[in-house]
Write a protein that binds this ligand. Structure first.
Ligand SMILES: [Mg+2]
Length: 200
């Protein structure tokens, strides 16, 4: 008998196998700590790692007059783009592996500039994220998932609006805010507990 796919008869597996749509930056990848470390090193500044407290904070914290100028800088850092150099948040990768071993599918849904596509695939591989499916796109709601986890206020809002029957989860960060009808988690442990509650 096949032990893979959507059979749920094995002991210890949940009764409901779910597709979990997982964002990268601000959820799995510590984007802000990454750019701040490079920036402080290159320009001799001392921007605190937790300085970002709004979605559009970067021009106000740096000498870059626009996000366009920031991205031009972020494209070339140590032989790759910024996205190749990011650390993961504590618990993120371990939790994703436990969710996969529980039977769920990790679907990566991430928005990236075109010049970061190859670094994104390389980073996912280097970090050993347990995913068989990666989408690099703007409109994340187009990819059908049972649960969506994101930190971007506009993504949480849009996914919930387009797929009101699905579970949309905001990873609570200083740069986002509650969206009615969606769930909040503050840690990866809380996300794992939420999925466990849904899949029982
Ligand atoms: Mg994000």
């Amino acid at each position: 008998m096949g032990g893979f796919g959507h059979q749920c008869s094995h002991r210890g597996l949940p009764s409901r196998i779910m597709r979990l749509g997982i964002d990268l930056d601000g959820v799995v990848a510590n984007f802000n700590a990454g750019w701040i470390a490079f920036y402080n090193d290159e320009f001799g500044t001392a921007i605190p790692m937790d300085a970002v407290d709004s979605w559009d904070a970067i021009p106000g914290l740096t000498h870059f007059p626009s996000m366009g100028a920031f991205w031009r800088w972020a494209e070339h850092l140590n032989g790759a783009s910024l996205f190749r150099h990011l650390d993961t948040f504590p618990g993120a990768v371990d939790t994703l592996w436990r969710l996969v071993k529980r039977g769920h599918e990790i679907v990566i849904l991430t928005t990236k500039p075109h010049w970061a596509i190859h670094d994104t695939f390389a980073w996912i591989s280097e970090q050993q994220l347990p995913t068989r499916e990666v989408h690099i796109l703007d409109d994340k709601w187009r990819i059908e998932c049972d649960v969506y986890l994101d930190d971007a206020p506009h993504n949480v809002y849009r996914i919930h609006r387009q797929r009101p029957d699905r579970v949309v989860v905001r990873f609570v960060r200083p740069w986002n805010h509650p969206v009615p009808g969606t769930h909040d988690v503050e840690t990866w442990d809380q996300f794992e507990a939420l999925v466990s509650k849904l899949d029982g």
